[in-house]
Design a protein. Structure first.
Length: 320
């Protein structure tokens, strides 16, 4: 697996009932800071292919999922290394590409370090997201407001996960038909917390003393209304700011799909900086009338000034 490293990474993450008994949080800190996310599962995919390598000549492509090698199931990058070590001049690799499986025959290059394919691998998904809330009492936090997809229409079945300190070093502004994105520098040496859940309503973890600030009352869904609000986001560096938005519609019966409300960015500074809502802002807390009401989850592709949000209630239900 290619390790998460400091530097600019493309956001892989799409912009995409109060608490159940057992954990009640009436006050939470709305955070709005970006973090690096690393979710590992039992899938291994090709992250890069060296020019002129045997893998390139065999037709391997970035995004190909390695299912097995010579009949041996691949669940981690180390499985690939072991399979290559047992090879006898050539291997037969089963890959999944765009939902279809196919066989690829490759003759690994023989080096002093052993057989090499000339590819970089990744296990699971990495990227950046925005922290919605932090509970100073339990140390639990929630981010994204939606789940991390496995690229096959489902959620990443996370076997482990980590959150890292990150900063925003650039912005690709959103345009009609072309979503923008935050570009993040992730400090792989600055581990913040372990992640515990990847759900349709957000990604969650726990760590003590991570974020400071004034805790804010949590709003119930029926308290959210059409009208002015703010979102708290980081679009430069590490310091979040509040930006004005307008909640246009409420969808109280839409379930927990991350589309409980529609909002429109009205803040001139945010429109100038990003063009509206961009990838990486998922999880930005939504605040109305002094209460935490939800999180930004999606952008409208044809109008980046508009997007959707999830009720904070639904995030807390999933976290509990």
């Amino acid at each position: 697996m290619k390790k998460l490293a400091s530097g600019i990474i493309a956001m892989l993450l799409c912009l995409s009932m109060l608490v159940v008994p057992g954990w009640a949080a009436e006050y939470l800190i709305p955070v709005g800071q970006v973090i690096g996310l690393e979710l590992a599962d039992h899938t291994v995919t090709v992250a890069a292919v060296d020019a002129g390598s045997c893998a390139r000549q065999a037709g391997l492509q970035v995004g190909d999922r390695i299912v097995d090698i010579d009949g041996k199931t691949i669940r981690c990058a180390e499985d690939v290394v072991r399979a290559l070590g047992c090879s006898n001049g050539s291997i037969q690799m089963k890959i999944r590409r765009q939902g279809k499986e196919q066989l690829v025959k490759i003759a690994p290059a023989i080096t002093a370090e052993g057989p090499k394919l000339g590819i970089f691998l990744k296990q699971g998904v990495t990227g950046i997201g925005t922290v919605t809330w932090y509970d100073p009492e339990s140390g639990m936090f929630g981010t994204l407001g939606h789940g991390v997809s496995d690229g096959q229409g489902g959620l990443v079945k996370m076997v482990s996960g980590k959150a890292y300190r990150a900063s925003v070093v650039g912005v690709i502004r959103g345009q009609s038909g072309k979503p923008g994105q935050l570009q993040g520098a992730v400090a792989a040496s600055d581990l913040l917390a372990a992640l515990s859940k990847n759900t349709a309503q957000g990604v969650f973890g726990t760590a003590e003393g991570l974020w400071q600030g004034d805790a804010m009352e949590v709003a119930e869904a029926d308290e959210v209304c059409v009208g002015p609000a703010v979102i708290r986001s980081t679009v430069e560096g590490t310091v979040p700011r509040d930006y004005s938005v307008e909640i246009l519609k409420i969808y109280p019966n839409s379930g927990s799909n991350g589309r409980n409300l529609m909002l429109k960015v009205t803040d001139p500074a945010l429109l100038e900086a990003t063009g509206g809502i961009v990838q990486g802002m998922s999880g930005s807390p939504i605040i109305q009338d002094g209460k935490l009401v939800g999180a930004v989850t999606h952008v409208l592709v044809n109008d980046p000034t508009r997007g959707y949000g999830i009720f904070v209630e639904n995030m807390l239900d999933a976290a509990g």
